[in-house]
Design a protein around this ligand. Structure first.
Ligand code: GRF
Length: 211
């Protein structure tokens, strides 16, 4: 794989960064034709920033501004600028705890992915694994979707099913869902990078035809 074929990925997260690590490692093993060029976080000491720095990937904390659940306008502009300056073609949200709104979506139309720890449309919102456990479902899982204006509502790209075991606690269920996430997210990014899923501004083509 040459650099010319790689899709430039920017990862945005608030937490420990296990999904970022899974994607970055798959890319460095050349399983995905992608370069993670930038990691951004709204949390100054988020694990995701440390994981990125350890791998030599540019990592920046950008303060979120005055709101609790979203970025304020000035902050949003800084996120957009940073991603654009790094040449990011695909934005991967990995545990980003804020809702992405208008200007950000317009800057990267159908180029922002999110992973959610349930089989959407079931259990959107916070602590989806706990919601599933409390509801008593027998199967749950994780979903990767394009981000739109709603909360966890965008077009679904990929899902993995995780059975709920009789002895599960919300925590043990969450752990198994996260294992599934670390398989699913790199696989979906690979499909986009190979062009088998249409992503705005990126040609869809047969990966076997690549030089
Ligand atoms: C994941 O469980 C994801 O489903 C949710 O946030 C968590 C992020 O974990 N959106 P990590 O920071 O990637 O380890």
């Amino acid at each position: 794989m040459t650099d010319r074929q790689s899709i430039k990925v920017g990862v945005v997260g608030s937490g420990k960064g296990s999904n970022f690590v899974a994607i970055a490692e798959a890319a460095s093993r050349n399983e995905i034709p992608a370069d993670v060029v930038l990691v951004l976080s709204d949390v100054p000491d988020a694990g995701i920033l440390n994981h990125a720095r350890k791998r030599g990937i540019e990592a920046r904390y950008i303060p979120p501004g005055k709101f609790r659940t979203r970025l304020d306008e000035a902050s949003e502009e800084l996120y957009i600028q940073a991603l654009r300056q790094a040449g990011v073609e695909l934005v991967v949200l990995a545990g980003f705890m804020r809702i992405i709104k208008g200007a950000f979506l317009r800057a990267f139309p159908r180029r922002i992915l999110n992973i959610h720890p349930s089989l959407l449309p079931a259990f959107p919102g916070l602590q989806a694994w706990r919601q599933a456990w409390e509801h008593g479902v027998k199967f749950t899982g994780c979903t990767v979707h394009f981000v739109d204006e709603g909360m966890d509502t965008g077009p679904i790209i990929g899902q993995r099913v995780v059975p709920v075991m009789s002895g599960d606690t919300p925590e043990s269920l969450h752990e198994r869902i996260q294992v599934a996430e670390r398989e699913l997210y790199p696989a979906v990014v690979a499909r986009i990078a190979f062009g088998t899923i249409a992503c705005e501004g990126r040609r869809t083509f047969d990966p076997t035809q690549r030089a």
